[in-house]
Design a protein around this ligand. Sequence first.
Ligand code: AMP
Ligand code: GLY
Length: 421
Amino acid sequence: MKVLVVGGGGREHSIIKKLCQSEKISKIYALPGNGGIAAQAECVSVGAKDIDGIVKFAVDTKIDFAVVAPDDPLVLGAVDALEEKGIPCFGPRANAAIIEGSKVFSKNLMKKYSIPTARYEVFDDMQKALDYLEEAPIPTVIKADGLALGKGVIIAMTRDEAKTAVRSMMEDKIFGASGNNIVIEEFLEGPEVSVLAFTDGKTVVPMVSSMDHKRAKDNDEGLNTGGMGTVAPNPYYTKSVADECMEKIFLPTINAMNAEGRTFKGCLYFGLMITKDGPKVIEYNCRFGDPETQVVLPLLQSDLFEIMQAVAAEKLSECEVLFSDKSACCVIMASDGYPQKYETGFEMTIPSDEELSAEVFVAGAKLSDGKLLTAGGRVLGVTAKADTLKEAIDKAYSAVSKISFKNAYWRKDIGKRALNA
Ligand code: AMP
Ligand code: GLY
């Protein structure tokens, strides 16, 4: 079968490397892919947000199955448009992708269906938001309604910071139209857990849990990024927490989406905080996490393509989804300066996965005259697996030390918090 994967980052590379293990697939196309993905898939220069271009390519190439990985095309309706042409897809339709596309939608959904989350207020008027902040408990959290490349959340430690955040979103429009509506919510405390789950709208199958490291610098300092590294499983996600999440969060969310006529099919990402009052939802994403996928999929023992087809056919309950009980650690190698200004275009030296005893997922790179050059903020994800988390971390860092490119930067403490848990 010919499979198309929309997207071009480290997450897509890990999805594609896993799909390559399926005997059913004869060829994979990546739209647009990247210089590293080109080793496994034919990269086609159609942007991930170019819905018409994606559909045209899929129809012209007689694609049998499509995987839409990033948030933007999902929210823009890529799955709806492909399905209209009779192409089965893995990923939610636009009316379900809104669970990530609008924080106002997801907060109201959780309130309506009593799914545990931080208390909140929604504002479409800046003055009302500023008035509310005169009395609101501090610290507080300000969120732009729409997609903002994972940057639309500001944790304000003082009242002035909170007001500045509101003005920057609603007056200066730093996130464009995403800031027309904002959510101001209660600041929660506790360890964070990411749980990705396969769901066909009837059955929900959580994958192995993971822990992201969002801040740019060691000890969780510096700016928020897309994620600087991950480990799996997450030690804070105990059996009893998992049971509570299934009962109070996962199943109620799937049922709530069905009740709203917005059946969610694909990978639903639960960003959770384990508070002293139990697990609460910090955010939903309508897709695989990045770089969570880079530790979760290497631990998947079942055939990813069969699972994706079962989700599309609403037969997930008939499908085997098995994970290894090993641990995994992914260290992101970034361009120094990320998430702000950084230089690109540097040649990389990357030994093979076999030589590294690790898997390299390429996030930001392009091929030029047969050479792989850096081309993004997050450049590589380097994942190692082992029987224990400690060994996985050591193996991942050992692999990182054998890879080189100019201006490479990585956090030195990925997994430290999980080890101390
Ligand atoms: P998000 O982009 O929604 O994942 O938010 C980015 C990060 O902000 C999360 O991973 C949390 O660390 C933090 N965050 C978001 N909402 C809250 C909250 N209500 N309380 C405390 N931290 C939060
Ligand atoms: N790693 C967080 C995300 O994918 O949104």
